[in-house]
Design a protein around this ligand. Structure first.
Ligand SMILES: NC(=O)c1ccc[n+]([C@@H]2O[C@H](COP(=O)([O-])OP(=O)(O)OC[C@H]3O[C@@H](n4cnc5c(N)ncnc54)[C@H](O)[C@@H]3O)[C@@H](O)[C@H]2O)c1
Length: 295
């Protein structure tokens, strides 16, 4: 594989593009929004600066990595001729199905189409195409350049050849791929999201405050980050979408999204990306302070 396209240049898309470019793939990063493409370029540049500081790469390598990524709004010839396309757009089944239909129509038959969805059925997405054997889930973790896991999701139709290629490619990216079956939320989010939902319920019940709940889970359970801060990093809108998929798919009330989570998403408090979630990030991620609505 040489040419990789990433559709969606938000939190996840920019990190996925970064990882492939660092491993010398040619990458197209596609988004509808020029502003989001510009933000993605800035984020990749800042993340590479951090790697320079840690002496992992030098300035010349940084420039080479960025030069391998084309930032674009169109599904052009590069996308059509890509060996692999990873979709990382908004967590909406309809939006994803539309994109897979379009990609299936545009791309050469052997192109593998992967989705970075956190929870939506890969089978349902694959059914929108005429290449179900070449459709797979490639669930990267946030922040992509740092996190080692890729949950690889196969359906009954995914071919052994596609699975093998994606497992090998993930290892080549210096990630650890874990193969799982196609169930709502797969493994990672089926376990993680009920915990985040419960942390939000604990806050709503006034059992304790934002930083106290996070501290209990960090110091008491050795979690590197508390569940409320993690929700801010994932994006509260993304958390809500995943819980809705779990609730619809697994038909159990334990997955029902918490009222406070729904309210915060309605108020545009989406976490780090909107600078306000359980914490306020106006002064940067490191100087986080608790959102005023909880003090
Ligand atoms: N945020 C996380 O921690 C996380 C972790 C793992 C997986 N995911 C999954 O990754 C996917 C992307 O999540 P995100 O957090 O990066 O979202 P995001 O909201 O940060 O970015 C989504 C991007 O998709 C773009 N977009 C929407 N429709 C598009 C279209 N039709 N064509 C091209 N671009 C389009 C938007 O402009 C936006 O830039 C979701 O499926 C999410 O569930 C997210």
């Amino acid at each position: 594989m040489k040419k990789i396209s990433v559709i969606g240049a938000g939190t996840m898309g920019n990190g996925i593009a970064h990882c492939f470019a660092q491993k010398e793939f040619e990458v197209a990063l596609v988004d509808l929004s020029i502003e989001n493409l510009n933000n993605a370029k800035t984020t990749i540049s800042k993340n590479l600066d951090r790697m320079i500081k840690k002496e992992i790469i030098n300035l010349q390598q940084k420039e080479l990595i960025i030069s391998r990524i084309s930032f674009q709004t169109e599904l052009n010839d590069f996308v059509k001729n890509s060996d692999l396309i990873i979709e990382a757009v908004t967590e909406s089944k309809n939006v994803k199905i539309q994109i897979f239909k379009e990609l299936d129509h545009l791309c050469k038959p052997e192109t593998i189409l992967a989705s970075n969805t956190s929870s939506i059925s890969i089978n349902d997405i694959a059914k929108a195409t005429n290449r179900q054997n070449n459709v797979i889930g490639m669930h990267f973790m946030n922040p992509v350049p740092i996190m080692k896991l890729i949950e690889v999701i196969k359906t009954n139709q995914t071919s052994e050849n596609t699975i093998n290629k994606i497992m090998q490619l993930s290892t080549f990216l210096e990630k650890k791929p874990v193969l799982v079956n196609d169930f709502p939320g797969f493994v990672a989010n089926r376990i993680l999201l009920p915990m985040i939902n419960e942390a939000i319920q604990t806050l709503e019940d006034q059992v304790s405050g934002v930083s106290e709940i996070d501290t209990v889970m960090m110091l008491g359970m050795s979690h590197p980050m508390g569940p409320l801060q993690l929700a801010d990093f994932i994006g509260l809108d993304v958390c809500l979408s995943i819980l809705e998929v779990l609730h619809d798919g697994l038909k159990h009330d334990k997955y029902k999204p918490n009222r406070l989570l729904i309210e915060m998403v309605e108020d545009g408090e989406l976490g780090v990306k909107s600078k306000q979630g359980f914490y306020n990030y106006e002064n940067g991620i490191k100087n986080k302070i608790v959102n005023k609505r909880f003090t």
